[in-house]
Write a protein that binds this ligand. Structure first.
Ligand SMILES: NC(=O)c1ccc[n+]([C@@H]2O[C@H](COP(=O)([O-])OP(=O)(O)OC[C@H]3O[C@@H](n4cnc5c(N)ncnc54)[C@H](O)[C@@H]3O)[C@@H](O)[C@H]2O)c1
Length: 364
């Protein structure tokens, strides 16, 4: 197939559920990239996606698209991230890898090192970081507009039930449970917002989500160097919800509340000390976005900036590895009935200084 475009040519590998979410923002990216090839082991899915994107090639074996793309978006079951990521990097492709990067620490290290050797962009897809409400909230936090953050609580109450035979029901393929698969977004966010972690705990259960081999419900708390606490309470078993997917950031002058389902960022403040608990303070709407969804096109814009202008991805391999190391250490600590030591695992800390195997439960 002849090269027919000057735009960045993207191949999509894996055309299942998450690939459909990526499709939503495609129009906004069409000026700078073109999906030239799609792949799914179920060829029909690849063909449907190719029709949607106007891609010329749809294949069932990802090796066959490598000559027709500059970059790939890997949207595959977690146990395939490593093999496919390594092959694409070796072929000189830039890689946007769906989270989590890999199922073991050694896999992640190999991917990071290879991306450095071949000089290609290797970014992990954590779209929450690029959501406009999150971006606004991070600016307000960094500017200390409402003082210092001392507690960030993240709630994700979902009903996520995979059908029989789905890869995500197998904890080896998933790489863990809900905490690893979904909580990785929020460990990433907590490190980004609150800085270097010190210690943490995780408790998970599959009570209420018997379809999960490992935990379907997960409660995690981390303490950070400055004394702030961060937590993620997540479940894939919610039969009802009010909190949905939301964040509460308690600052010394008010509480920021981000409600993804309402597409809004609020400020709660002026709580009357005497009447706290009886009467709420004042609520201000700080920002609202018109459309719902995951805004994955914002993260793809960032990926394209990295490819085009040589920028370092906000969610690069080393940073993402630090987040996964936190999770693996908390899983280990949970098994051993102790608190996890998370020192040395901040985003800015040298990922190479962490001894291999510390905290990685699925050592390669
Ligand atoms: N960021 C988010 O909000 C979010 C949400 C859901 C999933 N994800 C991530 O997206 C990735 C995919 O998850 P999903 O929910 O789309 O799974 P899925 O099962 O819906 O889709 C995976 C697709 O990969 C295909 N596939 C399997 N083996 C293949 C192979 N060897 N070659 C080519 N295609 C193959 C399957 O046929 C399927 O269509 C995972 O990393 C997951 O964690 C991210």
């Amino acid at each position: 197939m002849e090269r027919t475009t000057d735009k960045i040519r993207l191949g999509i590998i894996g055309c299942g559920g998450m690939a459909s979410s990526h499709a939503k923002g495609y129009e906004e990216l069409a000026g700078r990239m073109q999906v030239t090839a799609t792949c799914d082991i179920e060829l029909e899915r690849a063909q449907e996606a190719a029709t949607y994107y106007g891609a010329q090639l749809a294949v069932a074996d990802y090796h066959e698209l490598l000559d027709h793309v500059d970059a790939v978006l890997v949207v595959l079951p977690h146990d395939l991230h490593y093999e496919v990521g390594m092959t694409c990097l070796r072929a000189g492709k830039h890689v946007l890898m769906e989270k989590p990067m890999g199922n073991s620490e050694q896999e992640c290290i190999d991917l990071i090192e290879l991306s450095e050797q071949v000089g290609r962009v290797f970014m992990i897809a954590y779209p929450v970081r690029h959501h406009p409400l999150m971006v606004k909230m991070k600016e307000l936090i960094d500017d200390k507009t409402y003082g210092d953050v001392f507690q960030m609580s993240i709630y994700t109450e979902q009903y996520t039930r995979y059908y029989d035979g789905h890869w995500a029901l197998d904890s080896k393929r998933l790489g863990g449970g809900q905490f690893f698969s979904h909580g990785c977004h929020y460990v990433d966010i907590l490190l980004w917002v609150l800085g270097n972690p010190v210690r943490g705990t995780h408790l998970g259960t599959n009570y209420g989500t018997p379809w999960m081999e490992r935990e379907g419900t997960s409660n995690m708390t981390m303490e950070f160097e400055n004394g702030a606490l961060g937590m993620h309470l997540g479940t894939w078993g919610a039969r009802g919800t009010r909190l949905g997917s939301s964040m509460h950031v308690h600052c010394t002058k008010g509480m920021l509340e981000l409600v993804f389902s309402e597409r809004r960022l609020y400020l709660h403040h002026k709580l009357d000390e005497e009447r706290a608990g009886i009467k709420q303070g004042e609520v201000e709407l700080l920002m609202e976005v018109e459309e719902g969804g995951k805004f994955t096109h914002h993260e793809i814009h960032h990926f394209l900036d990295c490819v085009q202008y040589g920028q370092r991805p906000l969610t690069d391999g080393p940073g993402s590895l630090q987040g996964l190391r936190c999770i693996w250490r908390m899983y280990d600590a949970e098994r051993n009935h102790v608190m996890a030591d998370l020192r040395g695992l901040g985003l800015e800390q040298d990922w190479r200084q962490v001894p291999l195997g510390s905290g990685s439960e699925s050592r390669a």
